[in-house]
Structures are given as C-alpha cells and as structure tokens.
Unconditional design. Sequence first.
Length: 476
Amino acid sequence: MAETAASPVRALTHRETLFIVFGVLLPVFMGSLDGTILASALPSIGREYGEVHNLPWLITAYLIANTTITTLYGKISDIHGRRTTLLISISLYMAGSLVCALAPNMFVLILGRVLHGLGGGGLTSTGMVVLGDIAAPKDRGKYYGYFSATYTTAGACGPVFGGFIAEYLHWSVIFWINIPMGILALTLALTLLKKLPRHEQPHRLDFLGAFLFMTAAVSFMLALSMGGVRYPWTSPPIFALIGFALIVGAAFVWRLLTAPEPLIPLVFFSTPATRLTIAANAFGWGSIVGLHIFLPIYLQNVVGMSPFVAGLSVIMLAIMLNVSAGVTGTLLPRMTHYKVLPIVGLVIAIGAIMVLAWRAQHVTLIEFQVLLFLIGTGFGGLPPLSATILQNSVPISTFGTAVATMQFSRNLYCTMMVAAFGAIVVTGPLEAGAVTAAAYSAEGFGRIFYAAAASFALALAAVVLVEAKPLQTSHA
C-alpha cells in the first residue's frame, strides 16, 4: 500500500541536505563502478568459460534488465518514496552479485547479470532523483560536485580494479566486493534518508509493458549477437528472431498508447525540450558505454596489453569525463547561455573519436591518452546539462518518473549500441561458428569508433536544437 504523502515540506538546512546526499552516494558509487569494472575482465571470463562469443551478453543482459526496471523504479519512488526504492534496488543488486560470483558457467553468469541489472536499475537513477528532491535547478550545482566526485572515483577505479582482479585474483571477486558495500549502503539509506522530502503521488506499475519490452529486446539482441557469428545474417533463425522482435515491439508500442500509465510516459516526449534532452542524453551515453566496454578489449586483443595495464590505460576517459561533469555542473547554473560548454565539448569529443578511428591500427600510448582526455573532457558537459534541463521542465511530483524515463531511453540505446558494437567489431573467417580473440582486429574496432562518433554527432544536433530556458529557482 502506498504511503500517505507528507504535509508541506519545510526547507532543508545545508547540513540536513548534506546528510541526505551522503546517504545515496554509496549506491551511486556501486552503480557507477559496475559500468567500468567488468570491461577489463571480460577477456579473462571468456577464456575461462571458452565462450568469447557470448561476452557481449554479460553487458547486454545487464542493460536489458536495467532498462526494463528503471521506469518501474521511477514509478515506485513516486508512489512509495525514494528510500524504499533504494532499499529494494540495493537488495536485488546484492542478490545478483552473489549469483554471478558463484556462477559455474556462462549461462548462469548471464542469468546472474539479469538479476544484477534488476537491482542496478535503481541505484544511480534514484540518487539523481534524490538530488532533484533536495535542490532546485538553480541550486543543484553546489551539490552535484559530490555526485561528480563519486562518479570520478568509481569511473577511475573501475577499469583498474577490474583488470587487477582479473589478472592477480579471480574475476568473481568483482562481484564478491558488492556484498559488503551493499550492506553498508543499506545501513546508510536507513539512517541518513529519514529527513528526505516526500513527494509521493498515486501511480500504476505497467508490468505488462515491461514484459513486452524485455521480450522484444531479448529477441532483437539475440539476433544481433548471433548474426554473422553463429548463423549467417540471411538465415531463417536470424529472420525469425528479428520478425518476433518486430511483432512484440509493435505490441509494446500499442501498450504505450493504450495503458492507463504506460512504462514510458509519452507525455514526457510531448514537449521539444524534454524530447531533445532525452535524445541527446541517450545518443551521448550510447557512445561512452560502448567505449568503456570495448576499449579494454581493443587494448588487450589489438595492442597486446594485459588486463591490468589495459584497465590503467583507459582510466583517463573515466577521470576526465567525471571531472568535466562536475565542473560543468557547478558552472551551468551560473551561466545565461548554459548550452555553450556542452556544445563545444561535444565538437571536441567527436574530433577525438574520429582521430582514434583513423589511427586504430597504429595509435601510440601517448596519442591514446591524449585522445581519451579530449573525449572525456568533451562529453562531460552533457550529463549535467541533461539533468538540469529535465528538472527544469517537469513538476517535482513526477521527477522520479521523468528521470527514470531518461534512464530508460539511455539504457535502451546503450543496449542496442553494445550489441551492435559486438556485431560490427568481428572480422575475418569464423571457424566452427565461434568468435575467437583473433577475430577482433584493429579494422573492426575502427568501425566501432566511427559509429561512436556518429552517435555523438546526433547528441550534438539534439543539444543545439533544445531551447535554453531560464533555470527555475524553486521546485514550483
């Protein structure tokens, strides 16, 4: 039963606001760490199970589950409160981590990643909703710095920790460390979020829509992952999977149009500002998530680095992305023309990725680090811009659902990008229908980098088109 909404909320003191922020930073750290820590360990997992061709599923399975559940978490947070939502997501995340750590084979590991994703869908998104609860758009910059520091630490530690664990310990430790962190996160959420403002509203949860989406997504991802690898692209199994995905996808669209409260509230796409903001956020993050996953594989299979060194080599991207996001998040509320920094940054990032694609076969380590510096710095302005414009465009009572909708769109596109990257990177003859490490070449990674640049260009176009309205100074 939904809790009764609280009476009018009094303004929080700065001290009370900081306590609430600290209560959600660990879940945000856990969710952010998951985005980078596994990438460096993927080749090691593939070698242990002898299933290199199924490695993309460790990412796509997580993203599909994460994407499906994110909007439900948004609705749950609007109905039952942010703290309850956070407790549910942390518990599911810990359960998924336990299954992954104990997985005897790739199939169980993929199932564990599904459960992992069901929990992870509420970690970072709920944290951003909480930030929207406690700070108006004009004031959120001074608190976004704490989130940025958390993102920076998680992003920087992820590739290094993942590579170190895979090379010197065992990849399962990546999942074991989530258990003590989860216990601490539960304790912090129970104690520090007691004074969080309440904005509950009655909503319905669209479980049918979630089921239809997951079914269509799994079918489509199966087609992408097996096409050209296990079966020719023109074979009956691939056509059947794509056809089934289209049919179920059509049913999902019908559900969106007819459900009392659909999984994706179409009202959020009715205004140009929210529509373009959600699109820009999705196009930008699609490239970044794909790069985070495939750059360590590129360094190990093309450049010949060890997992640990590969993790160290991509740390620059995560550091600069989050540093840039923190700086931009602080500056945006003070600027009248607050789109300028993200636009200039995206132009720089696009140029850097194009150079990386051109130099994929012969890039030096110094060149690689400079290019990652430019990509991370250039992209970092987009996340705070997206969050600021979205919060500036919707009422606070639906902010949880709005953030979840943006997360849903982002994760859906990221899932498609990761699956597509996994398909286009493979080159050369495939023996016995299986992909080996030798099938990953510089040419294939070059195609990935060009695709990432194209996605960034779409994000840039959306940012240019969105209207920069004056920022609100309250939650009105």
